[in-house]
Design a binder for this molecule. Sequence first.
Ligand code: DX5
Ligand code: ZN
Length: 214
Amino acid sequence: MIVAPSILAADFSRLLEEVQDVEKHGAQFLHIDVMDGHFVPNITLGPMVFQNLKPHVGLVFDVHLMISDPYFYAKAFAEAGADYLTFHYETVEDPAELIAHYQSLNVKPGISIKPATDVRVLDSLLPELDLVLIMSVEPGFGGQSFMPQALEKIAYLREKKEKENFGFLIEVDGGINAETGRLCKEAGADVLVAGTHIFKAADRRAVIRELLEL
Ligand code: DX5
Ligand code: ZN
């Protein structure tokens, strides 16, 4: 299992220390939630923040764009050090074009869908994707409860992935803890994003280990 702590729940006054701490405890990805106050009713951070972190951190930068214009800002995020760059299906008219643009920028393209979006809309895009991010809460805030409808979407993608031998990772985001993480793993998830559960834990090491070993 790949574990991706979401920095949304970190203490931003000590961001580098927080990120190095989860890296030390075995997380492989760093999930970076970018919100523009337009696609979602919250504002977080832009590329310069993680560009500053990049030289000090070995984690894979998994950037989740919750912004209305994921085309316009793509180059800035790619140059800032995103490894995976994930946009929301709901924000674009031509997702295939945007995926090709991300590939031309040498970032791994990912796509995300909100809880109400049908997973089958992604069918024709799957061969080109490096990551599919299933939202198990409404995007915008950490600390919400897991929506079990995500499990069917994960299972659907798992089946497609195995049948067609696709390379994309299946990631799930929102309300993940040991219990919901196990359900996601059983459904076929490859990557678990967890904000609150990891950063607010008394023993981060134990919590990360538990997710890694699900
Ligand atoms: C929500 C974000 C999530 C969030 C998850 O819009 O995409 O990554 O940080 O937070 P928790 O793990 O607290 O639900
Ligand atoms: Zn996220």
